[in-house]
Design a protein around this ligand. Sequence first.
Ligand SMILES: Nc1ncnc2c1ncn2[C@@H]1O[C@H](COP(=O)(O)OP(=O)(O)OP(=O)(O)O)[C@@H](O)[C@H]1O
Length: 242
Amino acid sequence: MTVIEVTELRKAYHGTPAVDGVSFTVEQGETFGVVGHNGAGKTTTVECLIGLRRPDSGTVRVLGMEPARQRRALAQRVGAQLQESELPARLKVAEALRLYAAFYREPDDWRAVLQRWGLGPIRGKSFGDLSGGQKQRLQLALALVGRPELVVLDELTTGLDPVARRETWALIGGLKAAGTTAVLVTHYMEEAEALCDRVAVFARGRIAAVGTPRELAERTGTGSLEQAYLALVESAMREEAR
Ligand SMILES: Nc1ncnc2c1ncn2[C@@H]1O[C@H](COP(=O)(O)OP(=O)(O)OP(=O)(O)O)[C@@H](O)[C@H]1O
């Protein structure tokens, strides 16, 4: 089953294209990576997937719905962790999880989520007093407490220490084993290689290439996703300079 279908998506800010004709599909159970240089259009694209932004043109279908029109219905089935999302400073970790769980029709047991994500020891801490990594971890737990069919994770492990990053990878691996579809925006090629079935390389508002990490390495005649990424982005930049 196709969970995400994006066709010729375009979105401009004040007349400048941020996403300029992007098409891709994501199948159920896939972990789909979105990588690309700063300003390549990744966040704008994922914001269109969850209905936070309305496309200028093109179509976006997520779980058979049109996100810009059916944002509320979609929110019951999609969990999202976005860059720099904030919570009220005084809200405590356990309260946040309980509150989010109440929003969903069939949530996970929020106490179990608290333990699974290693938040037990800081359950009584206020959001405003958490470290960057702790905030990140809480945001992830909040994205998952509704037992979503699809999770959209923008810069999942940015700011996490190496141990926390590996732990997060293991938890994402667990999601995959449970059949949850995931879209993962990341700047870490090692992370995309470890977690993603397929990766889309964004450059200048378009997709320069999409495929498994191995396919991308083969297609570019390089030995790794990181080298493939550099080759693809450099070539897109060279075209722009022409
Ligand atoms: N709200 C906005 N208003 C105006 N321009 C915006 C807005 N949001 C994004 N842009 C511009 O659109 C382009 C794409 O931004 P976007 O955030 O989608 O890129 P990104 O690939 O997620 O980048 P990064 O890796 O830096 O997070 C950039 O040039 C950015 O400056």
